[in-house]
Structures are given as C-alpha cells and as structure tokens.
Write a protein that binds this ligand. Sequence first.
Ligand SMILES: [Ca+2]
Length: 171
Amino acid sequence: MAQEVSGPVFPGQSPGAWLARADLVTNGSFEEWDDGVPSGWDGANVWREEAKIHTGRNAVRLGSPSEPGAPATLAQVMQVVTGTVYHLTFSALGTGDVPRRVEVMWLNVEGQLLGEAGPPMLLPPVVLPQFAQYNRIIGPAPVAARFVQVRFSKTGSGYLVLDDVSLFRLY
Ligand SMILES: [Ca+2]
C-alpha cells in the first residue's frame, strides 16, 4: 500500500526534503483496522469513519454513533531520542460542546510517565465542514525519555474525527 504523505511545507525546504522525513506514527492515516480499533492505536469509544475523511478511505471518529455522549480516547506510544525535537501534525473536524484535548507525555524506559511535553492542546469543539490542520513542536525530549505518548480525547457531546496524524523528527 502506498504511503500517504501530507503536511505543511515549510519555507525554504524542498518537497523532497519534507518527504524524506520519517513518520514515527503507525497507521496515522487510519486506513488499517483490527476489531474496531485502528491498528497501532489504543482506543475507547472509537469508530471507523468512512464518510468524513481527509485522505484515503478511512479516518477515526472519537464518539461512536451509538455512544455520542460517552468519553472517547485514542492514543499511541512511539520511541523517541533524548534531546530531539519533534513536529506533531494532524487533521481534525467535529462538533460538540466542549474543547477536545491533545496530550503529549514523555515516558521512561519502563513506560512510566515522566511528565507532559507542555500543556494540553485544546481543539475547538466545532470544526465543520472542512478539516483543519493542527501543528505542534514537541521537545527536546528529556534525558530519561525513551517514549512519547500522543493521546486524543473528547468529553461532552458530539464527536471528533481525526486523520493523517504524523510525528516527524525535526532535529
Ligand atoms: Ca485516512
């Protein structure tokens, strides 16, 4: 399957330089699914979204149609290198009554929490009808950090659709 590549192109960089960056996220396009959860992710109250998609054929919806008022989470853990800075990017849309949270946490070699990589990102609860792209620079990874967890969550009513989640090593 062809790797989907999308994201912002920074001034002064050729598209080739951008494409050469390795994406640390597994199945950030949400095209692959196992037992109702996107492959490579941990999820609760998530749904395979086939109508509102950013690229490909699938996205992920936090807040399934059968439980739109229940909390929903989606998370993935990736390896990081101490002292390295990363770029998190993703596309989202949705509707609801309270902001949605994106939390990024450093973990040690045992997978224990070291601390948050900055305050949570708060996404506007209503982003319709077009996807909006969000970006955040993360790091440098602390000395004891071996992993980073990226966690999306929604509370309140409505849903959040995500697609094309990527984490790139910047420098
Ligand atoms: Ca997709």
